[in-house]
Design a protein around this ligand. Structure first.
Ligand code: ATP
Length: 264
């Protein structure tokens, strides 16, 4: 049996006399998709940065790709990180296809790469990815003119250039209007349901963004795991009320998704 992609065992993270993560134990199996929920500042990003080897825990054990010590190069090629701090760093005049190709060397801005010149094969691979992900039409557009949804699609394609085992999407729908968001989520669901998809971790503040293929959900509160398991069991009105401190009138199911109706 293959080892889990990531295993956290009683992980803690402490900074400036403050416990940011406490006793976090969680396991991400290969080819599973998880959603991560939790109020602002509860430790979601910190936990994922530790899980992906961008930050080191101050207590507990983390196994990435089945080992406590993994070569950082291997780790970077195995995990794609798509977060809001990435898009502003992409040169606006860079073509989307170039942005995707830049994922090959995990560097932002293809034209700054210098010695590591991309090959025709890299461009072909990038174009194939965009085609497979049904966004080939973006290829020749400058990154700066893409919509929020198209930017996220391009960044996911970029993350896939190294054929990662896992892609982390940290609030990918932030700032999207409802139409852009729904189109992006439909596209994400197609990707998640495809047999070639890497594991996907979706951090979100909005329960309705948890698409049906995200069968598991992790909920954090105050640096601890409040619940983790099958989405349908974990995402309950009582839990949402407890973590967000606001009444839920009802939780409706539509299109395989859960939609909380918050009480005014
Ligand atoms: N290096 C650090 N030093 C001190 N405090 C930190 C550090 N990193 C994170 N924090 C604090 O830890 C808490 C958790 O931050 P984190 O970014 O993980 O939360 P989050 O759940 O991702 O929040 P959001 O939903 O707002 O993005 C926050 O209060 C943050 O200010």
């Amino acid at each position: 049996m293959q080892s889990p992609l990531i295993e956290l065992e009683r992980v803690g993270f402490r900074r400036q006399q403050t416990d940011i993560l406490v006793d976090v134990s969680w396991r991400l199996e290969r080819q599973r998709h998880w959603a991560v929920l939790g109020p602002n500042g509860c430790g979601k990003t910190t936990m994922l940065r530790i899980a992906c080897g961008y930050l080191w825990q101050t207590s507990g054990t983390v196994r990435r790709l089945g080992a406590e010590l993994v070569d950082l190069g291997t780790l970077r090629r195995s995990i794609g990180w798509v977060a809001s701090d990435l898009a502003p760093r992409i040169p606006p005049d860079e073509l989307a296809i170039e942005t995707v190709v830049s994922g090959r060397v995990a560097q932002v801005g293809l034209r700054r790469i210098g010695e590591l010149q991309p090959t025709d094969a890299d461009f072909e691979a990038a174009r194939n990815l965009l085609r497979e992900m049904r966004c080939e039409s973006l290829a020749e557009k400058p990154f700066g003119v893409l919509s929020q949804g198209e930017r996220q699609q391009t960044l996911v394609a970029r993350a896939r250039m190294v054929d990662p085992l896992l892609i982390v999407l940290d609030e990918p729908c932030a700032g999207m209007d409802p139409g852009v968001r729904e189109r992006f989520l439909a596209w994400l669901e197609q990707l998640a349901a495809a047999p070639t998809s890497p594991s996907l971790l979706l951090v979100t503040h909005h329960v309705e963004e948890i698409m049906p293929s995200f069968e598991s959900t992790l909920v954090m509160q105050n640096g601890r795991i409040a619940a983790a398991g099958p989405t349908a069991e974990v995402v309950q009105a009582s839990l949402l009320e407890a973590i967000y401190g606001i009444k839920v009138d009802r939780l409706e199911k539509s299109g395989g998704r859960l939609w909380p109706i918050w009480q005014a």
